[in-house]
Design a protein around this ligand. Sequence first.
Ligand code: BTN
Length: 247
Amino acid sequence: IGRTVYFYPEIDSTNSVAFSLGHSGAGEGTVVIADSQSQGRGRLRRPWQSPPGSNLYTSILLKPPIEPAVAPQLTLLAGVAVADLLSEYCPGAIRLKWPNDVQIDGKKVCGILTEMRTAGHGIDYVVVGIGINVNIQKADFDEAFRDLATSLGVETGRVLSRLDLAVGLYDCFEACYVRYLAEGFAPLKEHWLKYARIVGEPIEVIFRDELQAGEVVGLDDNGALLLRGDDGLVSRVLAGDATVKKK
Ligand code: BTN
């Protein structure tokens, strides 16, 4: 990962660029990184605030030999890779929030957006986009996120090198990806659940105004959350915003 790097001072979205590169035949592990994005994209069609000078915006092109249905595993993989990396800076404080947020003390420090192109019944390529709040200060967040988001700089009280972080990220990602290709999803799932600490917790997930609630049983192989409802039945939740409820 990261043997070929495309850097842009400003770009619309590193995911869009990586997607076009995939289309023109760029190799697995190619990465795109930008200082700022004019149209950074978040999950569920939300914008991703991407000012220059302070954060990490990067996308990784992958060509995994897997079925499209299990591609969400790569989002979980990216979460584990980021959690491994950030744990070096804030040991013990990193938590993963399903499906794709990385948090420090309940505040979002990183978001992940996975997009793929299919060919026939298989995957042509996958783009995993990762945005990490590095040196952005609390006052510089949009007001709506100020209490919900944080940065590594705020949490550590240091100014961190984005280059060091990017290099560390590609190393952590590669370690997780190589293991995933060799050993499959099972070890990765355990690793993810360890960082998420949600098994047994009561949670609510809202997706397009529909609410699903229950106790978390685990994850299935498609990256769906498994929830046991009051009736004892287990249901699968594929997308949405999750909140842990107080017992
Ligand atoms: C989310 O939490 O909603 C996902 C945010 C993903 C943001 C990253 S920044 C790099 C890459 N390029 C984008 O346009 N989005 C992702």
